[in-house]
Design a protein around this ligand. Structure first.
Ligand SMILES: Cc1cc2nc3c(=O)[nH]c(=O)nc-3n(C[C@H](O)[C@H](O)[C@H](O)COP(=O)(O)O)c2cc1C
Length: 144
């Protein structure tokens, strides 16, 4: 299985989550390519069995512009998009928490709930990353 992990991170939380996702997928035998949104040259999304998009949430629940540009750059809605992200409940509480994740899940009609991590995924939230990925991989394997 070939997976793309495209992510945007300013202060490192989403990057850490992306790296955890990559480590887990590699341990499961997948070939993974990291794509730093806004930095790396455009990728051919159609070359991947599974596409992960990772984003933080910005002012008042916004999706960062770089992520919107990435969505346009991909140019179509791949079927197998799974979304993860980081946020902070201190910015507007539950309603705005990781709202960019929900927006991308809706946009891509993702078959998986988005994974939402509060700040750094290290420590007590690591199990959430693992459980979520187990669910995604289970579905992908049963489809192929
Ligand atoms: C100006 C500003 C606005 C933010 N607004 C939100 C928000 O509306 N919802 C949310 O969940 N997190 C919000 N956050 C928190 C970030 O999404 C969170 O710190 C995230 O982990 C940063 O990701 P990064 O470390 O990958 O850059 C905001 C942070 C800043 C600095």
């Amino acid at each position: 299985m070939k997976a793309l992990i495209a992510y945007l991170s300013y202060s490192g939380n989403t990057k850490e989550t992306a790296e955890m996702v990559a480590d887990y997928l590699s341990a499961d035998g997948a070939v993974t390519d990291m794509h730093r949104i806004g930095i790396d040259p455009p990728v051919d999304a159609s070359a991947y069995d599974l596409i992960f998009i990772g984003t933080f949430t910005w002012e008042m629940g916004a999706t960062p512009d770089e992520v919107k540009e990435f969505v346009l750059e991909v140019g179509y809605k791949p079927a197998n998009v799974a979304v993860f992200g980081t946020g902070d409940t201190q910015f507007g509480g539950d309603e705005l928490y990781c709202l960019a994740v929900d927006k991308l899940v809706t946009f891509y009609q993702s078959r998986w709930d988005g994974l939402k991590i509060e700040q750094s995924p290290r420590g007590s939230q690591e199990f959430m990353v693992k459980n979520w990925l187990e669910g995604v991989l289970h579905d992908v394997k049963s489809l192929t």
